[in-house]
Design a binder for this molecule. Sequence first.
Ligand code: DUC
Ligand code: ZN
Ligand code: ZN
Length: 486
Amino acid sequence: MLDLKISNGTVADVSETYAADIGIKNGKIVAIGKKLGDATRTIDATGKYVLPGGIEAHCHIEQESSSGLMTSDDYYSGSVSAAFGGNTCIVPFAAQHRGQSLADVLDTYHGRAGPKSVIDYSFHLILSDPNDDVLHRELPQAIADGISSFKIYMTYDRLIVDDGQMLDILAVAKKHGALTMIHAENNAMIKWMSNKLVDSGHGAPKYHALSHPRTAESEAINRAISLAGFLDAPILIVHVSSEAGARIIADARYEGRKVFGETCPQYMFLNMEQMDLPGMHGAKLCCSPPLRDRASQEEIWRCLQNGTFQVYSSDHAPYRFDDTGKLHAGPDAAFPKIANGLPGIEMRLPLLFSEGFVKGRISINHFVALAATNVSKIYGMDHCKGSITEGKDADIAIWDPDDTRTVAAEDMHDNMEFTPYEGMEVTGWPTTVLQRGKVVIDGNKLLAERGEGTFVPRRTIDCTGMPGRVAPELDPAINFGVDFGL
Ligand code: DUC
Ligand code: ZN
Ligand code: ZN
C-alpha cells in the first residue's frame, strides 16, 4: 500500500511531459505510471502540472553582511517563503568573515538552520580569508562534509580575494571536487565610479546602477574564466546581469571551458528606470550587479532561452526599507552605503512559470531544468533531489497553470514589507508542495513545523562529459614533468 498517490496530473521532467500518477512511500517516489494500486491518501492533480520541487541555489538567509548587517529573513521565514514559492530545498550561504574558521562558520549556520528551516537545506560557503589552514585543512574537510561549493568575491573591500588567492582557491576546489561560485565585478572600476558620482552630488539610489558599469562585470568574468581555465577548474559565474558578461560565458563554453552561468529574475523583470523614484525609494532596487536597461532584460532572457545560463536563482537578499536594512547608514545615505540586495525567493518560480512557460518563451521541460534539475546536477544533489524519478525524495510541487494572481507584498511570506514585483499579474502558481512525501504547503496553508527540513550533504562536483584541459605550462606531459599538485 502506498502512503500517497498523486493522480491525474501532467508530469514533466527535462525532456518529457506525460500523464502519470506518482506513488510515494516512506518519503520516496516509488512508482510512476498508471494503475499504481491503493494508497492511504490520494491528491487529485487534474488539470495541474506535477513537477519536482524547486531548489533555490542562491539566497542569503540569516546571514550577516561583511559590515555586520543581518538579513531580515531567518531560516524560518526564509524557508517558509521559499516553500510557498514552490521550493523544497534551499542552498543559502554560510559566510566566513575574515579571521573566522570555517568549522565555526558552519557550526553557526547549522545552528541557525537546523531548528528553523521547514524545508531541506544545504550551504555554500563564502570564503573571504583563504589562509593556509583554511585552504589545506578546513576546506577539504568542509567538502568531505558535503559542502561542495563556495562563493568568492572579486569586489567589496572586506570580502575581495585577489588573483593569487583565487588561483589558490580554484586549485583546492579542483583537487577536491568542489565548484567555485564567483561574484565577478571589477572593484576598482566600481570605486572609481562611486567616488566620482558621490563627489559630484549624485548620491541618490538610482546612481547605484551607473556605479557598477557593465564593463566591470565583463572584465571580471573574463579574468575569472582565464584564471579558472588556466587550471581547468570548474566555476559558476553568479548573478550575471549583462549581455557582455553572458557572451563571455557562452564563448568560454564554446571553447571548452568548465564554466556555468547563473542569472536572476531581477535582470529579466526589472530595469534601472524603475529606480528613479522620489526620496530614497530607489534604494529598494539597489542590488549588485545592478539593474540594467530594458534592452538588457531582453538579452538576459535570450541567454536563458539559449542555455548560456544553466542556473536561475533569486539571489534573495532581504533588507527592509528602514534602519535595520536598506537605510542602516541613515535616512539619506549615499548609494554606496545602502544595503545591497532584493527579496525574491517566493517569486522566482512563479515569475518564470508565468512569463517563461505560460507566455511561450520556454518549455515546461526547460522550466523544470531551471527550477530544480540543473541545480541538483551542478551542485551534487541529484542522488536524492531535482527530478521526479523512482528512488528520489518525493519533493514535488503541483502547479495550477490557470491560477492568476496580482503580486502583493502582503501576500508574501518573507519578513519584508515590499516586493520589487508588486502589481505584476502572474499566471501559474504552486498550490500543493510536498517534501519527502509530506504536504508542506496546501493552498494558502503551511503544514510544516519549524525544523522539519534536514541538512542535505552534497556530493563532489561531477565534471564528466565537460571538455577542458589545464594550460600547457601546468601539464606534466609538456612541462618537463613538473607536478603542480592539481
Ligand atoms: N551579491 C550577492 O550575491 N547578493 C547580494 C549582493 C551581492 O553583492
Ligand atoms: Zn554576489
Ligand atoms: Zn547573492
